[in-house]
Design a protein around this ligand. Structure first.
Ligand code: CP
Length: 308
């Protein structure tokens, strides 16, 4: 089985069956990531280019490692020192990379829809590594993999997503993906950071953080995206932590074996206290490991050699 599209642009485009298939493939790939011999030839002879117009540690490095673990040539374009800085358009940049033999372009862009524009204009596969305030599908897939590893299924899970939902592509992709997989998503945010109409994606909005977290299997904090805030949407980070942050008191109502998650990077002491980030229930580092496995699965399913 292959994926139905040449690209992975968002979880809104794929159904539960394809999500399940990606997660099953990622489970196999994790055996390679956690072994002492991280090398297979599934992508031998393929070229993978990362084109990141925004900063990244986890997504960019995990895609690069995923490509290298499978034998591909992996190149990162440093956008700031590339011809983008001379005014080259996204489409021209994509066509240029394609003319060099690139099989897949992984793009992060501050404009929602940029990966879709690129995918329509080149024959190479495109993976959305985060576009504006729209989607971050590979993050949601690795989050779902992490939940499934612990609970065996996503069906029926109660997942609280807490924080800056307005700016969060991670929240959007998780709401879309988890809902398709039969989980219930419960949201809490300061009213200035709760997007109007988000419940139409299938999530429930709760009036207090304790209500949203009560009886949940998973509590996911979101980074406060200070760089995207054009105006002051809350008074200070200290007040944000006090009234909206996840701490040992307001997380008490979750199930005893609940997972604490965060996509990273974390602003310690703002959206989550260090006591939560470093607790036994925290799976933040496991999310990072699963990120490599999920990205290996996607590269393999989109451009892997048929014979493997
Ligand atoms: N979670 C995430 O996308 O992290 P990076 O910005 O470090 O890639």
């Amino acid at each position: 089985m292959r994926l139905s599209s040449k690209d992975l642009l968002g979880l809104e485009d794929i159904g539960a069956e394809e999500i399940t298939f990606i997660l099953e493939t990622a489970k196999e790939m994790k055996k390679i990531v956690t072994s002492s011999m991280k090398r297979v030839n599934y992508l031998q002879g393929r070229s993978v280019v990362s084109l990141f117009y925004e900063n990244s540690t986890r997504t960019r490095v995990s895609f690069e490692l995923a490509a290298k673990y499978m034998g591909a040539q992996a190149v990162n374009v440093s956008v700031a020192s590339s011809s983008v800085a001379k005014g080259e358009t996204l489409i021209d940049t994509g066509k240029t990379l394609e003319a060099m033999g690139t099989d897949i372009v992984i793009i992060r862009h501050n404009q929602s829809g940029a990966p879709h524009l690129l995918a329509r204009n080149i024959n190479a596969s495109v993976i959305n590594a985060g576009d504006g305030m729209h989607e971050h599908p590979t993050q949601a897939l690795l989050d779902m993999m992490t939940m499934q590893e612990t609970f065996g299924t996503l069906e029926g899970l109660k997942v609280a997503i807490i924080g800056d939902i307005y700016h969060s592509r991670v929240a959007r992709s998780n709401i879309i993906g988890l809902t398709k997989m039969g989980a219930q998503v419960q949201l809490f945010a300061p009213s200035t950071l709760m997007p109007v109409g988000i419940e139409h994606l299938g999530a429930k909005i709760f009036p207090t953080i304790k209500d949203a977290i009560y009886d949940c299997d998973v509590v996911m904090g979101l980074r406060v995206q200070l760089e995207r805030q054009k105006k002051c949407l809350f008074p200070t980070t200290n007040e944000y932590c006090k009234f909206f942050g996840i701490n040992p008191d307001n997380i008490k109502g979750a199930k005893k074996n609940a997972l604490w998650m965060h996509p990273g990077p974390v602003n310690r002491g703002v959206e989550m206290t260090s006591t939560i980030i470093d607790a036994d229930n925290s799976v933040i580092n496991k999310q990072v490991t699963n990120g490599v496995a999920v990205r290996m699965a996607l590269l393999y399913l989109l451009i892997g050699r048929e014979e493997f």
